[in-house]
Design a protein around this ligand. Structure first.
Ligand code: RIB
Length: 302
């Protein structure tokens, strides 16, 4: 069976330290716990789609090390089609060094490893997957030219293209926007892309409108506990977030994106799919780690 969702993106092994607070520059801090779990924005989103009822394939790279085998296996056991996850000889797998504080805030350093070797040509080898998909999802943890190629190919094939511009450090190339149906940044990414500081719903709306002026079809800005804002040609709509006690926000955005995409391919209308993604993300922040925190469909069904 062909996958309805294809994720083109990163796989990382997350090395997670929990501490009461995040260290300052130059400081050594005693922590509370340490664990190693599969992560990476692309792989997290693929796992979220699979656990939430969508068929999904992943296009990406791992290194030829033990982490690479574990990252591939983590996708396989969830039913993600990982035939297009290549192993790069002589290269390490992507790694993310994550610190989470007592207030559930995190900071992350990423070493790309094999993710950095995902070229447009390597995605093109799996063009049949893109052709068979309904939805294509990209993030920014693989090379820029690969994201650009995939967005353009998705548009050419008439697919629904979702770009989660994470991590974002500055404006996107101008020619990307027209190839994106749903641009889905968080507050800081929306600010980096639009130049408008996002501090509340009003500024989120202005940032969303700016991103639409740049050419994005629709914009969904995720606002943490403030919910999400959808900005379209017809106006804007706020989706309040389910209120939960957060433990660890790592992969909350990925869970939202995967849940939204799963909702779309399961036939939900747009607003329903956003609310579905939000419910999944809310549950994920009550649990530790990236992929272990992503809920299964049965947990969301009342
Ligand atoms: O979005 C969360 C993810 O960001 C983590 O799993 C980590 O690997 C980084 O890519």
């Amino acid at each position: 069976m062909s996958a309805k969702v294809v994720v083109v993106g990163s796989l990382n092994m997350d090395l997670v330290a929990r501490a009461q607070r995040l260290p300052r520059a130059g400081e050594t801090l005693p922590g509370d716990s340490f664990f190693t779990v599969p992560g990476g924005k692309g792989a997290n989103q693929a796992v979220a789609v699979a656990r939430l009822g969508g068929s999904v394939a992943m296009i990406g790279n791992v290194g030829d090390d033990a982490y690479g085998q574990q990252l591939r296996q983590a996708l396989f056991v969830e039913g993600v089609d990982c035939r297009a996850v290549d192993t790069c000889p002589g290269v390490s797998s992507g790694v993310a060094l994550i610190t989470v504080d007592a207030a559930s805030q995190n900071c992350i350093v990423i070493i790309p490893g094999g993710n950095g070797l995902l070229t447009p040509q390597s995605v093109q080898r799996f063009d049949a997957l893109l052709q068979a998909a309904e939805v294509i999802i990209c993030q920014l943890e693989v090379p820029t030219e690969t994201v650009a190629w995939t967005l353009a190919r998705g548009r050419e094939l008439g697919k629904q293209v979702i770009l989660n511009p994470a991590p974002a450090t500055g404006p996107l190339p101008a020619d990307w926007f027209a190839n994106v149906d749903y641009l889905a940044p968080n507050e800081s990414e929306a600010e980096a892309l639009s130049g408008i500081a996002v501090t509340d719903l009003g500024s989120a709306r202005r940032a969303g409108e700016r991103l639409r002026q740049l050419g994005a079809g629709k914009v969904i800005i995720t606002l943490g506990a403030q919910g999400a804002l959808l900005v379209t040609a017809h106006g804007h709509r706020h989706f309040p977030a389910p209120q939960v006690q957060p433990l660890d926000t790592t992969a909350a955005g990925d869970t939202f994106i995967g849940g939204f995409a799963a909702g779309l391919v399961r036939g939900m209308e747009e607003g329903e799919a956003i609310a579905f993604g939000q419910r999944a993300a809310a549950l994920s922040v009550t649990r530790a780690g990236a992929q272990p925190s992503i809920p299964y469909l049965a947990e969301l069904t009342p």
